[in-house]
Design a protein around this ligand. Structure first.
Ligand code: KG4
Ligand code: ZN
Length: 358
């Protein structure tokens, strides 16, 4: 039997010259179109199943529109998706040199996220599936973040060996999972209040930084803060039960320090550096405590906050996907679709499927 290599076949024609003239096994690959509109990025990707050949990967961010408000305005995100999603789809088809008719399967995230934003993506995907007569599957955005290390296959590399202890840490989530060899996952715990990314954004906002503050804080601290700055302000680490996180008290503490009469504008960098250290320290401690309970599991960190350079430095033992695949993207959704396809669990949805915020 011909073993399919991960790299695409250079012949790629109806009759396979490698398999003694039989039908080319690569012809069974599907071109999977993935759509994600769960928050404030309109994302479209096209991936070939089996080879994990990423043909297109487009993200139209709404950051400029949201910057004036200092955060995501859900209604505005929905309206932005209406404008940006068709443009992102055109761009993806151009990147992949494909027409819509050459798409074999459509996948879209239907939960969790902003309900109005999800509705735009789900309705758009349903219309495409109906008009093209192609099957549609709905997928979970959080599961796509969780299994995003499988995008390593798009670079002809392997994801870290399973099982994993995986932390999904983004603007909307701070959730800890155990992922088993067969890719089933068990939720261990999560934040009791704000997500870690939300804490970065809220602390940044109260100290006058632009939205989203996470990447701004990361860069500013990396380039200008000293080692002493990181510990200059004592910010208590939240004490939560086993697998839970909490960041709202930490944020309030930062606000109280910034409101002290003796607080100077020149102290802002040190306060931000100390706050970042407290947020990341809490993530690292929980991950290490969990890892001690599951010593044979690999540690994986995904989601927007996984872009953070200091977090990567603090967790040299952990696997982090490429930064562009940590923040919201549709490539991870396509990869999740391809994984389900590989396991025979890619179930087509009826066209009356709906979006769910949780
Ligand atoms: O995964 P993502 O794009 O969207 C959600 O699903 O939430 O994550 C966005 C979040 C924002 O809160 C942003 O501030 C944070 O990830 N973020 C970062 C960094 N890059 C993005 N936080 C800390 N350091 C970064 N470099
Ligand atoms: Zn996300």
């Amino acid at each position: 039997m011909l073993v399919k290599p991960i790299t695409p076949c250079r012949f790629y024609q109806d009759v396979c010259p490698l398999d003694r003239g039989r039908r080319c096994p690569y012809k069974s690959f599907m071109k999977l179109l993935a759509i994600d509109t769960s928050c404030d990025d309109s994302c479209v990707a096209i991936l070939e199943t089996d080879t994990f050949h990423l043909l297109a990967d487009v993200v139209h961010s709404h950051i400029k529109a949201m910057a004036a408000y200092g955060g995501v305005v859900p209604e505005l995100a929905s309206r932005q998706h209406l404008k940006a999603l068709p443009l992102a789809l055109d761009e993806a088809l151009t990147q992949a040199s494909l027409t819509l008719n050459q798409i074999d399967y459509i996948v879209v995230t239907h939960r969790p996220g902003l309900i109005g934003a999800l509705l735009v993506g789900v309705s758009y995907a349903k219309s495409l599936a109906y008009a093209l007569g192609k099957p549609l599957s709905v997928l979970n955005h959080l599961e796509a973040h969780l299994l995003s290390p499988f995008l390593a296959r798009t670079q002809n590399q392997n994801p870290p060996p399973l099982p994993w202890i995986a932390l999904v840490v983004s603007g909307g989530h701070t959730e800890l999972f155990r992922v088993e060899e067969n890719l089933t996952h068990h939720w261990l715990g999560g934040t009791l209040d704000d997500a870690a990314g939300e804490a970065f954004d809220k602390i940044g906002k109260l100290l006058g930084l632009p939205y989203p503050a996470g990447p701004v804080i990361d860069k500013w601290v990396r380039e200008e803060a000293t080692r002493e700055d990181r510990t200059r302000f004592k910010i208590p680490r939240p004490q939560t039960s086993e697998f839970s996180f909490s960041f709202s008290g930490l944020k309030t503490h930062v606000r109280q320090i910034a409101q002290r009469p003796d607080f100077q504008a020149t102290d802002t960098l040190a306060l931000i550096a100390s706050a970042q250290e407290a947020i990341l320290g809490s993530l690292v401690k929980k991950l290490r405590d969990t890892k001690a309970l599951y010593p044979h599991h690999h540690t994986v960190v995904t989601g927007g906050v996984a872009c953070n350079c200091r977090l990567r430095e603090l967790l040299p033992e952990a696997y982090f996907p490429a930064p562009r695949h940590c923040t919201d993207n549709a490539a991870m959704v396509a990869a999740l679709g391809a994984l389900h396809h590989e396991r025979g669990t890619l179930a087509p949805a009826p066209l009356n499927c709906s979006a769910l915020s949780r």
